[in-house]
Design a protein around this ligand. Structure first.
Ligand code: DC
Length: 230
């Protein structure tokens, strides 16, 4: 097991809605590490774009977004009520709003904009400077921290992922259909894997975790056993 004198970076990448953030949060809490959900950062920028009409019919106005980038301040703040680090956008806690389907449906083209990636990757690298961090996303093991000590590439069958996300959104009271959730997941994977800027790829030294048939407990044990092997 890693001790506090030898902190490492754990990079968790993979497909949409396969539980990366859940497992990353649990591992961070076990090791007393910081957990960073980088998807939340791309979602916050997307929320800014939606509010400021920088996305029209799914198309991002890239020149306008780029001239607005210095007005977009995205950061995490500890929430004492939940003990989580919530995402903030320009002075407002947007942790809840960024999970809405409207944001999920528009985040991929925003995350494909090179200037947005450069801005957020620089912030992420700064957050991991002292190590002791578990970061989840799409390019953590390939671009943000290519030297991370442990890289996990997570996936699960699309049907399994869609059902989990559907149950989550229904529990929050959103009116969504299973089919639109599944279509969104498949579309985001396709977009994330095929974009020009930092596409979703398994790093050569990443270990694959397919959790389609795993319980959350089995998955956590699996990750802890990988950490113990280090
Ligand atoms: O993990 P998530 O589903 O909340 O991420 C939202 C979107 O952000 C996802 O469709 C791809 C993008 N993303 C990215 O391009 N790079 C990251 N490091 C994290 C997320």
């Amino acid at each position: 097991m890693t001790d506090t004198n030898h902190k490492i970076i754990i990079a968790i990448d993979g497909h949409s809605s396969c539980g990366k953030s859940t497992v990353a949060r649990e591992i961070a809490s076990k090791l007393n590490y910081i957990f960073i959900d980088t998807g939340a950062m791309y979602r916050a920028v997307t929320l800014y774009c939606l509010r400021n009409k920088l996305i029209n019919n799914g198309l991002v106005d890239i020149p306008k977004l780029n001239t607005n980038l210095d007005k977009i301040k995205v950061y995490f703040r500890f929430n004492p009520q939940t003990s989580h680090n919530d995402i903030w956008l320009n002075g407002e806690n947007v942790e809840e709003e960024i999970r809405l389907l409207a944001v999920s449906q528009n985040v991929s083209p925003v995350a494909a904009v090179a200037e947005v990636r450069h801005l957020l990757v620089a912030l992420q690298q700064e957050m991991g400077k002292s190590k002791g961090i578990v970061m989840d996303g799409r390019d953590i093991g390939t671009v943000v921290f290519p030297d991370a000590e442990l890289k996990i590439y997570m996936t699960a069958q699309p049907d399994v992922r869609a059902k989990r996300r559907y149950d989550e959104l229904i529990a929050k009271g959103e009116h969504v259909s299973y089919d639109e959730i599944k279509a969104n997941i498949i579309e985001r994977d396709r977009y994330d894997e095929n974009r020009k800027e930092s596409p979703l790829r398994k790093a050569a030294d990443a270990i694959v975790l397919d959790n389609s048939l795993m319980t959350p407990e089995e998955q956590l044990d699996w990750v802890l056993s990988q950490i113990n092997k280090l």
